[in-house]
Design a protein around this ligand. Sequence first.
Ligand code: FMN
Length: 168
Amino acid sequence: MELKEVLKARRSIRKYKDEPVSKEDIDYLLHAAMSGPSACNRTPWEFYVITNKETLEKLRKASRFSNINAPLAIVVCGNLSRALPSQLSPYWIQDCSAATENILLAATDLKLGSLWCGIHPQKRAEQRVSEILSLTEKQVPLNIIYIGHPDETLEPRDQYKEANVHYL
Ligand SMILES: Cc1cc2nc3c(=O)[nH]c(=O)nc-3n(C[C@H](O)[C@H](O)[C@H](O)COP(=O)(O)O)c2cc1C
């Protein structure tokens, strides 16, 4: 697919077929993630790739909005020990968000469905995901990305709004 088609075709898919995502496709998604920009190139991201059904089931209960039945979840975490120092540290969120969007677009390109479920800054959800994945204190889960073969069709769309643009 051309990029301009991918951008419109990416939609939040919440229904998935019970069909695994291939190892080759997972590798493509992770390469896409780590192609993203990061402040001062600190690459403070880590990716937990989850296909284990028990762990997926636990993640579904991590937040009120993460109850999705997909064959694959990638939890994107910021590792604060690799983030920029002091007041620049929160750049890890933007770095990990850029990596996340790359995963969503790469999944769309592979005709896979995907969904970004936010975890940080919901403290209780962060704690639950940290426990499920045995994260250290330095690792903060930004989101759960669900991925799989879609079992629903959402139309491509363009949400362009002139009012949100300011030309100077
Ligand atoms: C930071 C962030 C957090 C989100 N968290 C959730 C979530 O917890 N559960 C969910 O079903 N969708 C979640 N979404 C998906 C949004 O609801 C979705 O992107 C939005 O409704 C626009 O629809 P679209 O992605 O199909 O264009 C999240 C999206 C973002 C960017």
